[in-house]
Write a protein that binds this ligand. Structure first.
Ligand code: AMP
Length: 397
């Protein structure tokens, strides 16, 4: 199937073909016609499926037929969890809309208000915003919601994980009632369902069922190891495996800086990526990682949420993530677009419960490997696959 069958007009088809896309992805085939009909949509699809174009292309198509709004107003609002994602979605809008002349803006916290206020002065077509900064600017009367026509909640599960529910509800409460609502989420957890139920009436639902946990092109394995041997094991793995690049997830900012120093002592160059670094240096590090001049990036889970890097050969969980869905997100960064990927986790005895939750979520045990010289003195037991954490067991009674 080609893009021209989806009801998109020439300027958009040209932009898509300029980017070398030959045919729409599954989510695009399903979502674009629904959105063009003006229907509400709830879609389970994660990063790497082409979901961004799945909503940006039809929004551009619909907005290209109207007029840019007046002062401080927008027509489409895309809410995203992080500034990195705001920048990335806006850059997709610029790419896909380059023959259209619509105006868009990425709005996020941690930077000066003034340029964002200035960009809003003449009105824009598409606003891509993190919830907190949007609420701030709304409170300062720098942006008004009454001309909005479309709302997209992108990566809804992550926005909820990051505690944005109140802000999201506030925003939804201030938008006009009859706008078109679209929700995209990698996982359809209960909180996401609840948000969808309260925020979106009569939606068409689509699910790209094959979540990355079951993608056969991702090789998942774990190494059990004593906690105090993890950094030595990581150095060993990086030296022994010829991964061209790896994204290494760690729990804390402090831990990431320490790990980078430990790797450096062993002659392995790596960079830390966390929310303690300022925006400019994060952007610089990210660019260097994307262009391959940084080989190993040690990132905290929160800072890495908005990073989109395709075809990453390897993702390493230096610390196991919580909740289990986060594991699925992380490994989804590898094995994209049919490429082979590896997802490796370092697991020590104190991670046992997290491992149980992850393997229960996957519905399968992850292959275990032991590495000579790193056999743990504190063994990690085999998971219980239908594991329910204690606090949930109690609340269900
Ligand atoms: P997303 O899931 O939106 O993060 O997109 C993942 C990647 O797929 C991005 O780098 C897009 O540029 C790319 N992409 C999106 N749609 C297509 C398509 N139809 N053909 C090829 N690549 C695509």
């Amino acid at each position: 199937m080609s893009f021209s069958k989806l009801g998109l007009s020439d300027p958009i088809l040209k932009a898509v073909s300029d980017l070398g896309y030959s045919s729409p992805t599954t989510i695009q085939k399903q979502a674009i016609p629904v959105i063009l009909k003006g229907e509400n949509l709830i879609a389970a699809a994660q990063t790497g499926t082409g979901k961004t174009a799945g909503f940006v292309l039809p929004i551009l198509e619909m907005l290209s037929k109207g007029e840019t709004q007046k002062k401080k107003r927008f027509r489409a609002l895309i809410l995203v969890p992080t500034r990195e994602l705001a920048i990335q979605v806006n850059s997709s809008i610029v790419d896909y809309g380059k023959h259209l002349g619509l105006k868009s803006l990425a709005m996020y916290g941690g930077v000066d208000y003034q340029p964002q206020k200035q960009a809003l002065v003449d009105g824009i077509d598409i606003l891509v915003a993190t919830p907190g900064r949007l609420i701030d600017l709304y409170g300062q009367h720098s942006v008004y919601f009454e001309e909005a026509e479309i709302l997209v909640l992108d990566e809804a599960d992550r926005m909820l994980d990051m505690g944005f529910i109140e802000d999201i509800n506030k925003i939804i409460g201030r938008l006009p009632n009859n706008i078109q609502n679209l929700l995209f989420s990698a996982t359809m957890s209960n909180p996401v369902r609840e948000l969808a139920r309260t925020a979106i009436n009569d939606a068409t639902e689509i699910a790209i069922t094959k979540h990355s946990a079951s993608k056969s092109n991702i090789k998942q394995w774990l190494v059990t190891v004593d906690k105090d041997k993890k950094s030595a094991l990581l150095s060993h793995l990086l030296t022994e495996n010829s991964w061209p690049q790896a994204l290494i997830f760690i729990e804390t900012k402090h831990g990431s800086a320490k790990l980078v120093a430990q790797l450096e002592k062993r002659g392995i160059a790596a960079e830390a990526f966390h929310s303690g670094r300022n925006q400019a240096s994060r952007a610089r590090v990210l660019e260097a990682f994307k262009d391959g001049s940084i080989k190993y990036l040690v990132a905290t889970g929160v800072a890495a949420r908005g990073i989109d890097i395709d075809d990453l050969p390897c993702v390493i969980n230096y610390d196991l993530p919580y909740p289990a869905d986060e594991y699925v997100h992380r490994i989804g960064r590898t094995g994209r677009a049919g490429a082979e990927g590896e997802a490796v986790s370092l697991v020590s005895r104190d991670n046992f419960k997290h491992l149980c939750m992850i393997e229960s979520r996957l519905g399968q045990l992850i292959e275990r490997r032991t590495i000579e010289g790193f056999v743990p003195s504190k063994e990690v037991p085999i998971s219980i696959l239908n594991y329910v954490p204690k606090h949930k067991r109690e609340s269900n009674n």
